[in-house]
Design a protein around this ligand. Sequence first.
Ligand SMILES: [Zn+2]
Ligand SMILES: [Zn+2]
Length: 195
Amino acid sequence: MLKTLTEYEALAERAHGHLCAGQVLGLRMALYGVKLLGLADPAGADRKRLVTFIEIDRCATDAIPIVTGCRAGKRSLKFRDFGKVAATFCDLGENRAVRVTARESSKRRADEIHPEIPEQNRRQMAAYRELPDEELFGFEWVRVNLGPEDLPGFKAPAAVCAECGERVQFKREIVREGKTLCRACAGERYYERLR
Ligand SMILES: [Zn+2]
Ligand SMILES: [Zn+2]
């Protein structure tokens, strides 16, 4: 079952190390996402049908799995580094997905409704607890192309990169001119090798 926002805040504080406006916003964002999908028990009975994509690595990101139960290690939390406070909640059961974005105006709304709170983080926390979903977020229904290799439980033999010899799972290899390569050797390396 869904918990109260206060209960989620306590869990988020423990997981994230502190309670901040980003945590409250992330919890609200995830609650809105599962509400739009109509999932009553995302981390319990509905846990196998939810996959979440997050688009930023900031405070709000840590809060989202508190509500959804989605975890990177379970393959149900996907990170796409777009630098946006946004997340897409995919219901595998109904084969639909909703992308929720934080409104640019939410910080200004916090200033408007709680001018008496001098500290910005506390002012935003208060506002993010109170403002209706529609004032905090926009949403759009989207289609996410998820193959079986993207989902929890996918099993297939791993490939081996012809260049570096490292194992590549979940069909993340690239075949180029008949050669099986990992993404790094295919040119997507995010690190530079030192020697
Ligand atoms: Zn934080
Ligand atoms: Zn390689």
